[in-house]
Write a protein that binds this ligand. Structure first.
Ligand code: NAP
Length: 328
């Protein structure tokens, strides 16, 4: 496993489920037969989303790749089929920054009449200049959080129906980040989200990642009350060099050097970065576990605001209000 530096949040020597931060998505799902399951993975064209699609498909899961660019999605599907010719992979268009597109994805998915056991809310963007989505919402918040909030809300009925038909637990995984630690800097201030003057590229990203965790917490609480056999957890992939740094030209240039120097100290490889979400999607040892924050395939510490039930409820109500402003 190697030496674990004290400053590295990305690295740990092993958690309660027996995996270390060096474990890959393939390793943590080794030997699991998931051929009876269907999963939707958002942002499955690259990075840890693609790796999750590849590994889940390898374990037999029928994977619906929910992608913004169908051309890239088809190429990603081909790569998966090259490795696993028997893989069941579908590509459906989904632009999370457009509420209309989320509704259209839902219609296309339900038209296929498929079951749904696993939803991995993985897609995300980081930074960039202030920009509004087609719905007039700040782009990172719209993509990373609100699009996923709506997607999950729409798909829940299908998942609950599948749980009843198959008797298998449904699982929702929100891909968050330890960046959530900075998400409450200066308060949540949801009302200022669309205000360019209050925009800070990284702090806004952090806010969206905090929102991903709060969403998982609140949804988990509601589903427990309803007695639904669906778990909801959030996952921190660790620090992984992926295309997510595309808005930071400097980082893109230095990334190969950083990778080679720091790889074993702080950074994870993409297969390692995808491990926690694949573990949460397939592993039997997390049966019934819900409302938790995971990193390195184990329970992880979140900030006080990320476990605040009032804040989670406030965000939920705000999200419902934002959705109510649009009619479809
Ligand atoms: N990398 C890290 O160090 C790190 C750390 C903590 C958390 N995370 C989280 O991990 C998740 C995956 O990130 P990654 O590092 O794998 O980044 P990535 O390689 O850039 O992948 C992001 C994926 O999201 C998709 N996407 C972006 N905007 C979208 C939209 N509007 N609608 C639908 N899909 C969209 C991208 O599609 P296109 O191909 O069309 O752009 C791509 O498939 C994100 O939620 C991120 O916040 C990453």
């Amino acid at each position: 496993m190697g030496w674990v530096p004290w400053w590295s949040e990305s690295r740990s020597s092993g958690g309660v489920f027996g995996f270390t931060s060096y474990a890959t998505a393939e390793e943590v799902t080794h030997g699991i037969d998931a051929s009876h399951l269907t999963a939707i993975i958002t942002g499955a064209t690259s990075g840890i989303g693609f790796e999750s699609a590849r590994v889940l498909a390898k374990r037999g899961t029928r994977v619906v790749m929910a992608v913004r660019n169908v051309g890239s999605g088809s190429k990603a599907k081909e790569l998966i089929l090259e490795e696993t010719p028997t893989a069941q992979v579908l590509v459906l268009e989904l632009n999370l920054s457009s509420l209309q597109s989320v509704h259209e994805f839902y219609k296309s998915f339900t038209a296929l009449n498929l079951p749904l056991n696993i939803l991995i809310n993985n897609a995300g963007i980081l930074g960039g200049p202030f920009k509004l989505s087609s719905d007039g919402l700040e782009l990172q918040f719209a993509t990373n959080y609100l699009g996923h909030f709506l997607l999950t809300k729409l798909l829940l009925e299908v998942m609950v129906g599948t749980v009843k038909d198959m008797g298998v637990e449904g699982r929702i995984i929100n891909v968050a980040s330890d960046a959530h630690r900075f998400g409450f800097a200066g308060g949540f201030q949801l009302e200022k989200l669309d205000d360019e003057k209050s925009y800070h590229a990284y702090l806004t990203y952090a806010k969206t990642k905090l929102a991903n965790i709060l969403h998982a917490n609140e949804l988990s609480r509601r589903l427990k009350l309803e007695g639904a056999n669906v778990t909801v957890n959030s996952a921190n992939p660790g620090i992984v060099v992926t295309r997510i740094i595309r808005n930071y030209r400097f980082l893109e240039i230095v990334a190969p050097f950083i990778e080679s120097l720091l790889a074993r100290l702080m950074l994870k490889t993409i297969p390692q970065g995808a491990a926690t979400q694949c573990f949460l999607a397939l592993h039997p040892c997390v049966n019934g576990v819900s409302g938790k924050y995971f990193g390195n395939c184990s329970y992880s510490k979140r900030t006080r605001s990320a476990s605040d039930p009032k804040l989670a409820q406030q965000l939920w109500e705000f999200s419902e209000f934002m959705l109510s402003l649009k009619s479809f």
